[in-house]
Design a protein around this ligand. Structure first.
Ligand SMILES: Nc1ncnc2c1ncn2[C@@H]1O[C@H](COP(=O)(O)OP(=O)(O)OP(=O)(O)O)[C@@H](O)[C@H]1O
Length: 753
C-alpha cells in the first residue's frame, strides 16, 4: 500500500489555498494512502503525470483542482510518496523541472536543490530549465516552515534575488584565492557530506552573504554544513554538531534508496500514518515542535544514555523546552518497572505550560508516569510526609525586616536577608563554625569580622527558629529539610529528572533535586540559559555534586525570534559575558545563535510623558490588529502590576480588546481572546507574534528598590542589576515577528539606543 509523507516546506503554500481547494487536496492525499499503486496511477481525477522526458523521472504532478497542482516525489524503490509542493497549475511543471532531489552521500537525508539555478539540472545548463531565471524560495528553514506564522514560502516571490553564479577565481601568489572555503580541504568537505557538484560550487563563493543568497537553491543539509563552516566553526565541530546528528543510526543510505532517505529526513519530512494526521498536518492544527526536531535537538532528546547529568543550554528560542519535553517522552517510554520521571521548573506558570505541552506530546498512559511540579512543591510534598502541618512561607524578607527593627540591628534588612539567602542557605551552612570559616563568604564584598559574624549568625538563627516554630517555613529551609529527608531514604521518588528554565533555581533547590533521584545514567537532564536569569541565584553544579563535565551541549538555532529582533535584544546584554549554566566562573563558548526567521526591525518610541506613551501604544496595537495579527497573539508587557493594570485599562478605554493575562493559570480576564497584558515576570517561557514592552524608562528599569545598594555588597548590587537587565531581555525575546519598545522621559540605561 502506498505511504504518504509531507515535506514541511510545502505547508506555507497550503495557507494560500481556499477552502474548497483544501478539501480537494485532503481527499487526494487520502487516496494516496488508501489505493493500491496501480489504482492510484490510473485514477482519472488525480491525473498523475511524469515530467517531460529528460527531467527527473521521480517527480510526478497530480491534479488538485482546475487551478492547483500537487508535486510529488515518487521514488522508484518503495511506495512512499512525498508531497513536495503545491503550486498554481501553470507554474507547477516549470518549478518541478528546475528541482532535483538526491540522497546526501554522508548524512543519508533527502535534499532538494534548484538544479536549474545552480546550473546542475539533468539537462545541463544549456537545457530548457536552465534558461529560466533562478527562482529561489524563501530560505527552507528546518521545520520552522511548518509554523503557523512567518512561514517560509516556497514558490512565491523571492525574498532577495540571489547573487549571480560565482565565477571561478584565480589563486593569489600565496596559493589562496581569498574565497570563503579556502581553508577547508576537498576531503574534509566530502566527509561533511558535500557532494561533487556543490563542492565545485562552493569553491567559488567569496563571502558568507553570497552563500546566504544561494541558500534557497542549495541542498538543505549541505547548506547547513557550509553555513557553519562560513561562521568559522572547525571541521570537527561541524561534523559533531551538523553531520553526526543527521546521520542514520544504522548503516548508510544507498544513493538510490529514496524511500529510506525520505523516512530518515525527520527534520523536514513527516510520514503520516492516518487520515486524521494528514488533516492535522495540512490544517496547521499540529505544533511543529511535536514532530520536527533539529537533528541536534533530536540527538539530545532521544540519546539512549547519558552517563550522568546532562545539560542543554542556548539562547532564547533555541528549543530548550522542546528538547526537555521530548527527553521526558524518551525517558517515560523507557522507564523500568515502578520508575517515575519528574519534570520540574521554577514557577507555577512555567510548570502549567510544561504540563499542557506534555499532554500534547505524550499519550495519556505515559503522562501517568510523569510528575510535573515546581521544585518547591516537590520539597513541600517530601517534608509534609514527615511533618504534615508544615506550610511554605513567602514573606521571609518581611520577617527579617521585623526582626532587624525590633532588635535594632546595625545592618539593613537586605544585608541580613542576603546573608541568609546567598551565604547560609546557598552554601548549606548549618553551624556557626561553618559560617566562621574564612571561605564561607567568598564573593561577598562587605567584610565581617568574627564577632560580627557571630552576631549575624545569631540573628539568622533566631529568625529561622521563629519561622520553624510557626510551621511556616521559607523555601530555602524547606529544601534543606527535604534534601535531608531524601538523603536518608533508600527508595527515592524518581528514576529520572528533567529541569527546565534551570538558571533560576537556588542552590538549596538543586540539593533537593540531586537528592530526589539516584545517581547514575540519565539521572538529570537540565535545560537553561544564564542570559535569562531573572532571580539572583548563582549556582555551581560541581559544588552541588552535579557532575556535568563532557555532557554539556549548546543549541544554536533560534526558531522563535527574527534575526532583527534577536540582534537588537542581544544589545541589551552588551559587554556582559554570558556565563555557563551551573558554572558562573566560566563563559559560554562563542557561536552566536542563528535565526531561521527574518522580519522588520524592532520599533522604538520615546514619548514625552506617560499619557503620550499610552496613546502611541494603543495606536501600535491597533495597527497590528489591522494587519491581521490575532489579539491573542499580541502581548503588552510592563515592569509592575500597577503599570500592567493601567495599560490594560487604557487599551480597553480605546476600544481595544485587552485583558490582564495571569501566567500561572494561563488565563486572561475578559475578553478571552483579547490582547494579553502582563508583567515582565509573567512572560517568561511564553511567546507571541507581536510584543510591546511598555515603560522601559530609567526609573522602572532598573527598579532600584529591588537592587541591593552597592555600599552593602558590590557583587550583589551587580547581580541584582544583571537580573533586571535580563528581565528586559527575556521580555523582548518573547516576540516572534514584531517588537515595539517604548518609554517616556529618560529611557532605561539597559536599552541599546
Ligand atoms: N526544531 C524545531 N522546529 C520548529 N520549531 C521549533 C523547533 N524547536 C523549537 N521550535 C519552536 O521554537 C520556539 C521556541 O522553543 P522553546 O520554547 O523550546 O525555546 P527555549 O530555548 O526553551 O526558549 P526560551 O529559553 O526563550 O524560553 C517554540 O515555538 C518552539 O515550538
Amino acid at each position: 500500500m502506498p505511504q504518504l509523507a509531507i515535506d514541511a516546506t510545502c505547508l506555507p503554500q497550503y495557507d494560500k489555498l481556499d477552502r474548497p481547494t483544501r478539501e480537494r487536496l485532503l481527499a487526494a492525499t487520502r487516496k494516496f494512502r488508501e489505493l493500491s499503486l496501480d489504482a492510484l496511477l490510473a485514477h482519472p481525477d488525480l491525473r498523475i503525470r511524469s515530467l517531460p522526458k529528460g527531467q527527473d523521472p521521480r517527480i510526478r504532478t497530480f491534479r488538485i483542482s482546475d487551478s492547483w497542482t500537487g508535486v510529488m516525489l515518487a521514488p522508484e524503490s518503495g511506495e512512499t510518496f512525498l508531497l513536495v509542493h503545491l503550486l498554481p497549475r501553470d507554474s507547477a511543471a516549470d518549478w518541478a523541472g528546475d528541482q532535483r532531489h538526491d540522497v546526501n552521500p554522508v548524512m543519508g537525508t533527502l535534499e532538494r536543490r534548484d538544479a536549474s539555478a545552480l546550473g546542475q539540472s539533468d539537462t545541463g545548463p544549456a537545457g530548457p530549465a536552465a534558461a529560466a531565471p533562478p527562482r529561489p524560495e524563501a530560505a527552507p528553514a528546518p521545520a520552522a516552515a511548518a509554523r503557523p506564522t512567518a512561514r517560509a514560502d516556497p514558490g512565491s516571490a523571492p525574498q532577495a534575488a540571489p547573487p549571480p553564479l560565482p565565477a571561478a577565481s584565480t589563486p593569489s601568489p600565496d596559493g589562496t584565492t581569498g574565497l570563503l572555503f579556502d581553508r577547508i580541504t576537498d576531503r574534509d568537505l566530502q566527509r561533511l557530506g558535500i557532494d561533487p557538484e556543490i563542492l565545485d560550487f562552493c569553491r567559488s563563493v567569496a563571502t558568507a552573504d553570497e552563500l546566504h543568497g544561494w541558500a534557497p537553491a542549495l541542498p538543505q543539509d549541505q547548506y547547513e554544513v557550509l553555513r557553519a563552516l562560513a561562521e568559522g566553526h572547525s571541521v570537527q565541530r561541524v561534523r559533531d554538531e551538523v553531520v553526526v546528528p543527521r546521520r542514520p543510526a544504522v548503516g548508510a543510505v544507498a544513493p538510490d534508496d529514496y524511500d529510506t532517505a525520505i523516512r530518515h529526513t525527520r527534520e523536514r519530512v513527516i510520514v503520516v500514518n492516518d487520515n486524521q494526521e494528514i488533516e492535522d498536518v495540512l490544517a496547521g492544527e499540529f505544533n511543529a515542535w511535536r514532530i520536527y526536531l533539529h537533528p541536534m535537538q533530536r540527538e539530545l532528546a532521544y540519546r539512549p544514555r547519558f552517563n550522568g547529568p546532562a545539560k542543554v543550554s542556548g539562547g532564547p528560542g533555541t528549543g530548550k523546552t522542546v528538547v526537555a519535553l521530548h527527553r521526558v517522552k524518551h525517558l517515560a517510554e523507557h522507564l523500568p518497572l515502578g520508575g517515575r520521571v519528574l519534570l520540574t521548573s521554577f514557577t507555577n506558570a512555567l510548570v502549567e505550560s510544561l504540563k499542557r505541552n506534555l499532554a500534547l506530546l505524550l499519550p495519556p498512559e505515559l503522562v501517568e508516569d510523569v510528575d510535573v511540579v515546581t521544585t518547591d512543591k516537590l520539597a513541600l510534598d517530601v517534608v509534609k510526609e514527615v511533618h504534615p502541618d508544615v506550610r511554605l512561607r513567602t514573606d521571609t524578607r518581611g520577617i527579617f525586616a521585623n526582626y532587624t527593627r525590633q532588635h535594632r540591628l546595625p545592618w539593613p534588612v537586605d544585608f541580613l536577608f542576603s546573608e541568609y539567602r546567598h551565604v547560609v542557605t546557598a552554601h548549606g551552612i548549618t553551624t556557626l563554625e561553618g559560617y566562621l570559616d574564612p571561605d564561607a563568604r567568598v564573593g561577598r564584598t562587605t567584610p565581617l569580622d568574627a564577632d560580627q559574624r557571630r552576631e549575624v549568625w545569631h540573628a539568622i538563627s533566631s529568625v529561622r527558629a521563629m519561622m520553624r516554630t510557626s510551621r511556616r517555613v521559607p523555601a530555602e529551609d524547606l529544601h534543606a529539610e527535604a534534601a535531608r529527608i531524601l538523603d536518608e531514604r533508600s527508595e527515592l521518588p524518581y528514576t529520572n529528572l528533567v529541569v527546565d528554565e534551570a538558571q533560576d533555581l537556588h542552590p538549596a533547590q538543586w540539593r533537593t533535586l540531586r537528592a530526589a533521584v539516584p545517581r547514575g545514567p540519565n539521572d538529570m537532564f537540565i535545560a537553561g540559559d544564564n542570559r535569562q536569569r531573572i532571580y539572583d541565584n548563582t549556582v555551581s553544579f560541581r559544588r552541588l555534586g552535579i557532575e556535568i563535565v563532557g555532557r554539556s551541549f549548546p543549541l544554536r538555532v533560534n526558531y522563535r525570534t527574527t534575526e532583527q529582533i534577536l540582534t537588537w535584544a542581544d544589545g541589551i546584554l552588551r559587554g556582559r559575558p554570558v556565563t555557563e549554566l551551573g558554572d558562573s566562573s566560566a563563559t559560554e563558548p562563542g557561536g552566536a545563535a542563528r535565526c531561521v526567521l527574518s522580519g522588520p526591525e524592532p520599533e522604538l518610541f520615546g514619548a514625552p510623558d506617560e499619557p503620550a506613551e499610552l496613546d502611541a501604544l494603543a495606536e501600535r496595537v491597533r495597527a497590528w490588529l489591522a494587519e491581521g495579527i490575532a489579539p491573542a497573539d499580541v502581548c503588552v508587557t510592563a515592569r509592575t502590576n500597577k503599570l500592567r493594570d493601567s495599560v490594560a485599562a487604557h487599551l480597553r478605554a480605546r476600544s481595544l480588546p485587552a485583558g490582564i493575562f495571569h501566567p500561572r493559570e494561563h488565563s486572561i480576564t475578559d475578553p478571552a481572546h483579547g490582547v494579553r497584558v502582563t508583567t515582565m515576570h509573567g512572560v517568561k517561557g511564553l511567546e507571541f507574534r507581536a510584543v510591546a514592552v511598555f515603560a522601559a524608562t530609567a526609573d522602572a528599569l532598573p527598579q532600584l528598590d529591588r537592587v541591593t545598594s552597592a555600599d552593602l555588597d558590590e557583587n550583589q548590587h551587580r547581580a541584582d542589576l544583571d537580573a533586571q537587565r535580563s528581565l528586559l531581555y527575556v521580555a523582548c525575546t518573547r516576540a516572534r515577528e514584531r517588537l515595539y519598545v517604548s518609554w517616556h522621559g529618560t529611557p532605561s540605561p539597559f536599552l541599546p539606543l
